[in-house]
Design a protein around this ligand. Structure first.
Ligand code: V47
Ligand code: SF4
Length: 362
């Protein structure tokens, strides 16, 4: 495909992409720095089409955020509460059962389960949680817990990481979401989330999870205090781990929402930055099959555009998202299957409803 670039320097990047050559750190930085957004989008769109043609994936999923009580208190988080604070909640196993049964007539394919680090919960609670979900929704995939929770659970149960993963797997854990990565960098860790595991531990746990045969996603929280160089280094770190394990399924750039956080002075991310993050991910993560445009964070309209900038997946119907809405997201709390399909079709793509492992739902 011939592309006429406004920024002629993108021609080199495009020819490397056409030759299947890996892009360097400098090229990654340039993708963010150029003002030729459409040029970058066209290159990323080319890669996306060569991998997935005209298909755009989505899943019928349900989020369960079992508690917002969390002792970490990351500066970017509007969701966490202290145990006695107004608005704090922790669902009992019975309440989780009720949440699942409320939607039992819907064709939910995946349960996305994450929560805060709440001292009041025991390891048995997590085992019961997984078993209950599996009992009520035997056919749906359980995608649960981030590295942050796995580290916490291993300390709670006094088990090694491998033993913890094994116990959770036996109780029904099948996949892990990509949260908790934020920006894999010690400066940002120190400034924004010192209470949480650092990037070395995040990677160590993900490596163990992949080695146990469990696929995970990966994310990057952008739009706060990070530099472009730090974003690119984050992507390269993920790319290197993927070379080693091949355990990542999708990458999801997460646009920071500052309302009700300790960083509320920071402006919202712009559409240009949101699209560049999707395109940069598609171009730098040459060993990742899927890039998700998470409509909850960038809005339904921009997520639709992101399908032409490298994204091949819109995540899902979601139902009752909490983490981003507490931080001021204006997107819907959930979307219907028809709304998802309409977004995809109107963008010129073919909607494919998938399971957690990207098999088309038959
Ligand atoms: O780990 C927290 C981020 C993550 C804010 O794997 C915030 O399929 C923006 O990981 N503004 C949770 N982001 C969400 C997540 C996710 C979402 C969708 C799909 C998948 C997947 C994973 O949200 C957290 C943190 O990085 N986050 N606070 C905020 N104020
Ligand atoms: Fe806790 Fe996660 Fe919020 Fe950090 S982002 S305070 S770990 S719930």
């Amino acid at each position: 495909m011939d592309i006429s670039f406004i920024d002629k320097k993108l021609e080199n990047i495009y020819s490397k992409v056409l030759n299947n050559s890996r892009l360097s750190r400098e090229e990654g930085i340039y993708i963010y720095k150029t003002h030729d957004l459409i040029g970058v989008g066209q290159i990323a769109g080319h890669v996306r089409r060569s991998l997935h043609g005209n298909k755009a994936f989505y899943i019928y999923n349900q989020h369960l955020n079992y508690t917002n009580v969390c002792k970490n208190r990351c500066l970017f988080c509007a969701y966490a509460r202290d145990r006695k604070e107004k608005g704090a909640y922790t669902w009992s196993i019975e309440e989780i059962e009720k949440k699942l049964l409320e939607r039992i007539d819907e064709p939910v394919n995946e349960l996305h389960i994450v929560g805060g680090l709440n001292d009041a919960l025991t390891f048995d609670y997590f085992i019961d949680l997984l078993k209950t979900v599996k009992k009520i929704r035997p056919k749906a995939t359980i995608k649960a817990f981030t590295s942050v929770e796995i580290d916490y659970l291993s300390r709670l149960a006094d088990l090694s990481i491998d033993q913890t993963i094994d116990r959770l797997k036996q109780a029904g854990l099948e996949m892990m979401p990509g949260g908790g990565a934020e920006i894999l960098n010690s400066r940002i860790h120190k400034e924004l989330f010192p209470g949480k595991i650092n990037h070395k531990r995040w990677l160590e746990i993900i490596r163990a999870v992949h080695n146990a045969g469990i696929k995970t996603n990966a994310t990057m929280l952008y739009g706060h205090i990070e530099t472009i160089e730090e974003r690119v280094d984050h992507l390269i770190t993920l790319r290197e781990l993927q070379d080693e394990t091949n355990g990542f399924s999708a990458f999801i750039p997460l646009a920071f929402h500052s309302e009700n956080t300790k960083l509320s002075h920071l402006p919202a991310t712009t559409a240009v930055d949101d699209l560049k993050n999707v395109a940069a991910a598609r171009l730098m993560l040459d060993n990742f099959d899927h890039i998700k445009a998470y409509w909850v964070m960038i809005g339904e309209k921009l997520a639709q555009v992101a399908l032409s900038f490298g994204a091949d997946d819109l995540d899902g119907t979601i139902i009752e998202e909490r983490i981003t809405h507490m931080a001021g997201a204006k997107s819907a709390l959930g979307l219907t299957k028809d709304q998802m399909e309409n977004m995809i079709t109107k963008a010129g793509f073919e909607p494919v409803e998938r399971d957690s492992f990207y098999n088309p739902k038959t």
